[in-house]
Design a protein around this ligand. Structure first.
Ligand code: NAP
Length: 297
C-alpha cells in the first residue's frame, strides 16, 4: 500500500483528512506547521527528503483573507513559492501532488457555477497567492491535481456554522451577509471524495470539490440555526437576518460575489456524487451537539 503525506495536518481540512484516511486503513504521515514550516529556507527538501511516500496532499496555507491582504510577502511565500518547492520536489521523485486551492481564485462576476475550464481572475492577495500555487503545481507536471474547495467546515476547527450557532445561543440578534453566494464544503465529505485520488494512476489537472447547491452566508447560517433548533439547542433567536457585504467594515480584502463551483468532473471521475450542503451541515451540527461542542444542558 502507498504512503500519503498530508501537509497542514493541524488545520481544519488537513486534520480531518488525516483522521478519516487513517481510520479507513490508509498509511498517513501527518505534518503540521511545526513539523514543516512553509516559507522557511530549505525545509521542504530537508523534511520531505527524509520520508519515503507516494502521494502528497497539501492542505497547508495562509488562509486568513484579510491577514493575507496586509501581509502580501508572507502570503506569496507560503501560498505560492513554498508550493512551487513542494511541487518540484514531488515531480523530481515521481510523487503525485494533490494541492488544495480555493474558489477565491475567481473574481465572482458571474451568476452560474464555475467549471474547471473557467479562467481564474483573483481580486485579493489571498486569491492571487493561491493562484500562484495552482500555477506552480500544474506546470510542475501533468499528474498533479489542484483541488478547489469553498467555505470549508468540519469538526477540527471552528467555522462559520459553529460561530452562527454560538452567537444565537448568547445573543438575541444574528445577521449574516445575504449578497454573496458559494457552496459549503464538509471536511468529512472531502475525505470520502478525495480518497480515490490517492490510488488513481492516471489523470491530473484541476478539480472542483464542494457539496452541491448554492447559498448565501445568510441562508447557510439560517439552515445551521434550523438544524440546531431541531437538535434541541436553547437558541435565543431562531432567525438570521440579512445584511449587505458592504456593511461589514471589518473586511479588508475584496471578496468575490458568486463563486459556486460545478462538481460534475469530480462525480464523473469518481462515480461519487457529493451530497447537498444542507445534508452536510445537518450532519455536522448533529455531530457537534452529540460531542457536547456547545456545552449546554
Ligand atoms: N477555510 C475555508 O473556508 C477555505 C475555503 C476555500 C479554500 N480553502 C483552502 O483549503 C485548504 C485548507 O484550509 P483550512 O480550512 O483547513 O484552513 P486552516 O484551518 O487555516 O488550515 C491551514 C493550515 O496551514 C497551516 N499553515 C499556515 N501557515 C503555514 C506555514 N507557513 N507553514 C506550514 N503550515 C502553515 C496552518 O497552521 P496553524 O494551525 O498554525 O494556523 C493550518 O494548520 C487551504 O488550501 C485553503 O486555502 C479553505
Amino acid at each position: 500500500m502507498g504512503k500519503t503525506v498530508i501537509l497542514g495536518s493541524g488545520g481544519r481540512l488537513g486534520a480531518a483528512l488525516a483522521r478519516a484516511w487513517r481510520a479507513a486503513g490508509e498509511d498517513v504521515v501527518a505534518l503540521d506547521r511545526a513539523a514543516l514550516p512553509l516559507g522557511a529556507d530549505g525545509k521542504v527538501e530537508s523534511v520531505l527528503g527524509d520520508i519515503q511516500f507516494d502521494v502528497l496532499v497539501n492542505c497547508a496555507a495562509l488562509t486568513n483573507v484579510d491577514y493575507c491582504e496586509t501581509h502580501p510577502d508572507e502570503a506569496f511565500k507560503v501560498n505560492g513559492e513554498a508550493v512551487n518547492d513542494i511541487a518540484l520536489h514531488c515531480e523530481d521523485r515521481g510523487i503525485r501532488c494533490i494541492h488544495i486551492s480555493t474558489d477565491y481564485v475567481f473574481d465572482g462576476n458571474t451568476s452560474k457555477p464555475y467549471t474547471e475550464a473557467d479562467a481564474p481572475s483573483p481580486i485579493s492577495v489571498y486569491g492571487t497567492s493561491k493562484r500562484m500555487g495552482e500555477d506552480a503545481v500544474l506546470s510542475a507536471g501533468a499528474r498533479h491535481w489542484v483541488v478547489r474547495v469553498s467555505w470549508v467546515f468540519g469538526p477540527d476547527r471552528v467555522s462559520f456554522v459553529d460561530q452562527v450557532i454560538s452567537r444565537a445561543l448568547s445573543e438575541n440578534r444574528v445577521d449574516a451577509v445575504d449578497d454573496k453566494w458559494a457552496t459549503p464544503t464538509y471536511t468529512l465529505d472531502c475525505a470520502t471524495l478525495l480518497r480515490p485520488f490517492l490510488r488513481r494512476v492516471d489523470g491530473g489537472g484541476l478539480l472542483h470539490l464542494a457539496n452541491t447547491g448554492v447559498c448565501t452566508w445568510q441562508e447557510y447560517g439560517q439552515w445551521a440555526l434550523d438544524c440546531a433548533k431541531d437538535a434541541g439547542l436553547p437558541l435565543k433567536t431562531l432567525n438570521v437576518g440579512g445584511v449587505p457585504m458592504s456593511s461589514i467594515k471589518a473586511f479588508i480584502a475584496k471578496r468575490p460575489i458568486y463563486t459556486a463551483m460545478e462538481t460534475g468532473k469530480l462525480a464523473s471521475l469518481t462515480r461519487l456524487q457529493p451530497r447537498s450542503w444542507k445534508e452536510a451541515v445537518k450532519a455536522h451540527v448533529c455531530d457537534q451537539v452529540e460531542r457536547g461542542f456547545w456545552n449546554v444542558s
